[in-house]
Design a protein around this ligand. Structure first.
Ligand code: ATP
Ligand code: MG
Length: 417
């Protein structure tokens, strides 16, 4: 298979390392998500590392990663560049170390990704992990508690990574852990959650740097047919941690520190310019924020950006709608007017690209209900339809009343007399 370059936009995507064992090839984020869930269900099987597995031929350059991300994620250029560099640095370091060229004083470049909801943070990380071909787990920081008794134990993250790598400890040891909602474990200014936030930060410290985690959690039975492995631990030295959060309220901390000169600046800009001191003031332990040296902010998406998300991203949700209607033999298409109208409404939701789905569901739900029971085979989503779906549906059904098979009662009720 082709492993040379990933710069071609349409060709097969090359992987960052030799694809030994199971390697994700499918770059559709929804599917990738479900795969994570599936693998969680299976118990850990410890793969015996073969000699062939012990290679990590990471050959990507930052621009390869950026080019790949451009196919799926619209805007966020700054974040894409910073991530591409951090990921390359990290995995080149892992490769060199595996090749016998250790760097004893290497400082891991864990990443802090800031930005509002639905603007592509998870999408970026997931797409990058798929390109590189390393196992990837995502969790919300809020699910952990200090003791691990009430909430989850942070070490479970590492064991999830092993499951994700189908038990291959070698691959798991160079995976990516992505922790969302990290701002919610800040001790202060975080809605009174300061009971265990700092404790969770402390627990994460060791993991983020260099810790040995038991492959099977203490107290848990080993997988069927498998004796409890005595010395089986996995080291986190080569596992990259990426954390993210919206950091609502951080702008006030920055304002307090920098005074009147920044009083008028928008929150987004202030959050993007937060310093280590601001994060400490926000409620992070210095040791915790200090282990996140790479920081970058994702920006909010405008209506115009949302238009491009639908039209240009390879992971556009339009593909999902085309597929859903195609299942009934109906070809749905969207014209630019329709897309602009959807984008405008979605921007008003203030949930980033997530708003697109909300609007599309609202606009198209009656079409999804009615059209499959008619003989209508085409649906054009234009501006008029998006702005007044009920009238557009009534017009469509009226045009072909006697060709409809079923559902006439429902339609008769909806039609003006
Ligand atoms: N910049 C973007 N380009 C293309 N698609 C995007 C972009 N931002 C978001 N999306 C789409 O919206 C969905 C939600 O985005 P994502 O999960 O990355 O949000 P997030 O920034 O992680 O938000 P949250 O903070 O709520 O977790 C994604 O599945 C993706 O399809
Ligand atoms: Mg997310």
């Amino acid at each position: 298979m082709d492993r040379k370059s990933s710069s071609s936009r349409s060709g097969p995507v090359s992987l960052g390392f030799d694809p030994v064992g199971e390697t994700p090839r499918d770059h559709h984020p929804e599917k990738a998500g479900s795969r994570v869930a599936d693998e969680k269900a299976t118990s850990v099987k410890l793969a015996r590392p073969k000699a062939a597995r012990d290679t990590f031929a990471f050959r990507l350059k930052p621009r390869d990663i950026k080019d790949h991300l451009d196919r799926f994620v619209i805007r966020q250029d700054e974040a894409k560049k910073v991530l591409s560099v951090a990921l390359c640095d990290h995995f080149q370091h892992v490769r060199l170390t595996r090749e016998g060229d250790p760097a004893p004083h290497y400082v891991k470049q864990n990443v802090l990704l800031l930005g509002p909801t639905g603007v592509g943070k998870t999408h970026l990380i997931r797409s990058a992990a798929e390109l590189i071909g390393v196992p990837f787990v995502k969790a919300d920081a809020t699910k952990f508690s200090e003791t691990g008794y009430v909430g989850g134990d942070v070490e479970e993250l590492i064991r999830d990574l092993i499951r994700r790598a189908s038990g291959d400890l070698y691959r798991a040891a160079q995976g990516i852990v992505y922790l969302d909602e990290i701002d919610k474990i800040a001790g202060r200014d975080a809605g009174g959650r300061d009971v265990s936030g700092r404790g969770v930060q402390t627990n994460l410290l060791k993991l983020m740097e260099d810790a040995d985690v038991p492959v099977i959690s203490p107290g848990e039975a080993p997988p069927p047919g498998m004796p409890r492995p005595q010395e089986h631990t996995i080291n986190t030295r080569h596992i990259l941690f990426i954390v993210s959060g919206a950091f609502a309220g951080l702008e006030n901390v920055v304002r307090r520190r920098r005074g009147p000169e920044v009083a008028e600046l928008p929150a987004e800009q202030l959050i993007a310019s937060a310093s280590t001191q601001d994060f400490i003031e926000f409620g992070f332990e210095p040791e915790f924020i200090g282990r996140l040296p790479v920081r970058v902010a994702c920006r909010g998406l405008s209506a115009d950006d949302l238009f491009h998300v639908m039209r240009d991203s390879e992971s556009s949700l339009l593909r999902q709608y085309e597929r859903a209607f195609r299942a009934y033999g109906i070809e749905i298409s969207f014209n630019p007017d329709g897309l602009r109208s959807i984008a405008r409404q979605a921007a008003a939701e203030n949930t980033g690209a997530r708003g697109l789905m909300t609007v599309c569901e609202r606009v198209l739900r009656d079409f999804k209900f009615e059209l499959p029971s008619t003989r209508i085979r085409e649906l054009l989503v234009d501006g008029a339809l998006v702005d007044d779906p009920a009238s557009a549906l009534a017009r469509l059904l009226k045009r072909r009343p006697n060709r409809a098979k079923k559902g006439q009662d429902a339609r008769a009720g909806g039609k003006p007399s």
